[in-house]
Design a protein. Sequence first.
Lengths: 308, 310
Amino acid sequence: MQHGKYRFILGFLAIPLALYAVFVIWPFVQSIYYSFTDWTGLSPDFQMVGFDNYTKMFEDDIFWKSLWHSVLLALLLPLVTLGLALFFAFMINVGGRRRRGAAIQGVRGSGFYKIAYFVPQVLSIAIVAILFQFAFDPAQGMINGLLRSAGVEGDSLPNWLGDPQLALWCIVAVLVWCTVGFFVVLFSAGMASIPRDFYEAALLDGASRITTFFRITLPLLWDTVQSGWVYMGILALGAEAFAVVHIMSVGPGGPDYATTVLPLYVYQAAFRDGQAAYATTIGVALLVVTLAFAAVVMRVGRRERLEF
Amino acid sequence: MKTTDTPPAGLGKTGLPAQRTTGVPGGAAKAKESKSEGTVLNVFSHGMLILWAFMVVLPLVWAVMTSFKTDADIFNSPWALPDTLHFENWSRAWSQAHMSDYFLNTIVVVGGSLAGTLLFGSMAAYVLARFDFPGNRFIYYLFVGGMSFPVMLALVPLFYVLDNTGLLNTIHGLILVYIAYSLPFTVFFLTAFFRTLPTSIAEAAMIDGASHTRTFFQVMLPMAKPGLISVGIFNFLGQWNQYMLPTVLNTDPDKRVLSQGLVELATSQGYKGDWSGLFAGLVMAMLPVLAAYIVFQRQVVAGLTAGALK
């Protein structure tokens, strides 16, 4: 077994590790280094400037706005998405009216719901964002079209993405629309593995469906909910939020910076404003927020693991 | 589990029957109450389920309808059915709006990077799962840690790394980047999968004189097929739908992938008012993935949820 073992290990790891080191690890390390320089990205010359970029960042209003929106998304999105998904999954799997033969079952048409809800998950985030950008169009969009046929007229029709008060909520709505179906299916799989006797015992004791949900389903599903929480937070701070804001919002990031988020601000600082070093500084802030979020969720969410 | 109405312990034997007789009518009333409450809950929750199904399907139906209408129809009545099916929108999007080129670029990029991801990912995962050597854990956590880092942070320096090496705005450069950024999840998933496979078959192959390399390609890879399919579907969708990486690293108009091309189309057509062409493009881009999802529904769902359940 030992013959040529290390040569084999080296041969198999060399290419994947080299790719990963050159395109992922090395840029990460570099970006932290660059955040202490005055590099513009346009010329190869730069100097060390210590913490200047960080002081600049702390005095930058747009940075604080982006940070606030990103934190808001990271807190709100998991709450809304996982809440809705838990409700739907519970109804689909356990919430059905009691019929003959089986004490516990899902509502009628549960298979159809699962297929339909999952559809947004396979669509490209870019396509979804374009679709909703046009759906939110105040004049010809689908949503105001519906409102108009419901009798809302003229000035009372919302301007959606053009309204600083509403724009961020439109972004949240689209991200929720994309992600709920995935968690409905994920939680359904988790609920299917909870033994039926638990529910039957609870029913015999006269527990209502709400009690059943909070006392049986949620505790036994907690691990899945927790990893879903981390996943949603990373999504809200990462590529998906970037894509939706970059494509949908006016500007992008507007109106009046009402929807700008940290990844978008990194992108704009680096590739629009020619401030590559400053962009990496904001990126480091984004890294700190992401790691802090994951750490908090893991700590707060820790519970005794239930075996069944 | 706590029972609801346990009588307090220590009651005298005479107390029990009396309690039971008074308890029955009260219990019946309670049951009736909860039944009507159940009906309200039922109507509410069914309503919510149907409402959400509508909210998911409606935008897609609207997109398909819009792609067959003339622009005048779209602007006058967003919800009216098309008078006739205007297929010229589709041909206009396919040829004039370069959808055909975007499709071709996407197929090349995703094909190349999917093959590379599966090959390199399974090679690294196999070694990490099956061999003890110094640094094994370190390399594993190096890969897995990449899943939670914000990619945007690395993209700023990466842009200039690619620029200096001549890989910026090239198809093969994009393929290499896709592979590198798909490795963390792929390695994480396949390492766990290779650990579950029995060791005896590989040992038998070794005793018969197969080399490590041959054992991997002819014995272990075929055994790992279910895992490869799951992680392959996951990566296919992720790479097909990728938006952030090409937006930053692939700015040459001739090499745009589908998602970039559509965004470009949306920005330019939005001003020109050619909604019908844009929506034809959108529906065109949605169709292959949707069709694949409907056909391979079970595998797609398993592939996408497998990672999160681990």
